[in-house]
Design a protein around this ligand. Structure first.
Ligand SMILES: [Zn+2]
Length: 333
């Protein structure tokens, strides 16, 4: 550690830094204490403790992570569960000095079978507004559509929802799901319709598939790339991302946990930053990947010996790459 005298100084620097989080899934942001509460209130016969949940969050593979994710998200049974998740999400972000967040929600993906998507959206908005009124971040919502839905022509449900709520906080439509199974290009019609409607677009790409997935995302009109790890396999693509200032929403701890990279030290984030790409830092599904915003900054700073100026650049990039309106006052770099 050459730029900071010790980790205490580094951590203080990071905590004091105002941050914007651009890639955070609401359903993946729920802390063990809140999962235990949701499980308990939906099934009083069930006795689940936060420590039980922490045990579930220990895994070494993508399939085990997906199993835990599906098991826990099945705890969402009522609209108010989403309000509580959103409220706690906003509170947690405030603890990490996140002053602006763009939060993905899978309301349109049928995650909570039986709850109408609009009731989920209303509940999420209520929860985020409650958090904001307590000093939580300004926020925008990204309505995520999974590829499996997009190719079945159900993407329009997501777009419809995004359009309906654009005056209440929705800033973009997102594309998730398994890019290794369903090519990103399959979402072309959805993204074209979103563009025609003036809706911003971001796509997970280059996380579980190669650089061709990122190229496809750009071809269909994605304005930001979620992850983009695989871009390093295609030097021309890297130049394109840099020259056109395409923001990358990078989530290193997530990539280590799911095996997209072997270790934090092998993550390309610092290389990209030093090559002048518009790299941003986010947490994806923080409790699932044993991270949070301050921890994520600290891990990257330590792994790559980032200078204070580089850490500030990472944060500023996220504000520059935001789709929504950023609060102009109340924080300083
Ligand atoms: Zn994600």
């Amino acid at each position: 550690m050459t730029h900071f005298t010790d980790t205490v100084e580094l951590n203080e620097f990071i905590s004091g830094l105002p941050k914007a989080e651009l890639h955070l899934h609401l359903e993946g942001s729920v802390q063990p204490e809140v999962w235990a509460r949701l499980a308990g209130r939906n099934d009083p016969h069930l006795s689940v403790t936060p420590d039980d949940i922490r045990e579930m969050l220990k895994y070494n593979s993508l399939s085990d992570f997906l199993f835990a994710f599906m098991a826990l998200t099945s705890c969402f049974r009522e609209p108010d569960d989403f309000r509580l998740a959103a409220l706690e999400c906003g509170r947690e972000l405030a603890r990490h000095n996140v002053v602006y967040a763009e939060i993905h929600t899978s309301a349109a993906a049928g995650l909570s079978i039986g709850i109408p998507p609009r009731e989920i959206m209303d509940a999420v908005i209520t929860g985020l507004n409650e958090a904001r009124s307590e000093g939580g971040p300004e926020w925008g919502l990204i309505v995520d559509v999974i590829r499996e839905m997009a190719v079945k022509d159900q993407g329009e449900i997501g777009l419809e929802l995004a359009m309906e709520y654009r005056n209440r906080g929705v800033v973009a439509i997102g594309l998730g799901g398994n890019e290794a199974k369903i090519p990103t290009s399959e979402a072309a019609a959805l993204f074209r319709a979103a563009r025609d409607a003036g809706m911003h677009r971001t796509a997970h790409a280059g996380e579980a598939a190669g650089p061709e997935s990122i190229r496809q995302a750009l071809d269909i009109g994605a304005e930001r790339i979620g992850h983009g790890v695989a871009a390093r396999e295609d030097p021309e693509l890297l130049c394109l991302l840099r020259d056109f200032r395409i923001p990358l929403e990078m989530c290193p701890s997530s990539n280590v946990c799911t095996g997209a990279v072997a270790s934090m030290e092998e993550h390309p984030i610092a290389d990209y930053l030093r090559q002048g790409l518009l790299v941003t830092l986010s947490t994806d599904d923080p409790p699932f990947f044993h991270t949070d915003m301050n921890t994520e900054y600290a891990r990257v700073a330590e792994a790559f010996d980032l200078s204070p100026a580089e850490i500030i650049q990472l944060s500023k990039n996220a504000f520059d790459a935001a789709f929504g309106v950023i609060p102009k006052s109340g924080f300083r770099f």
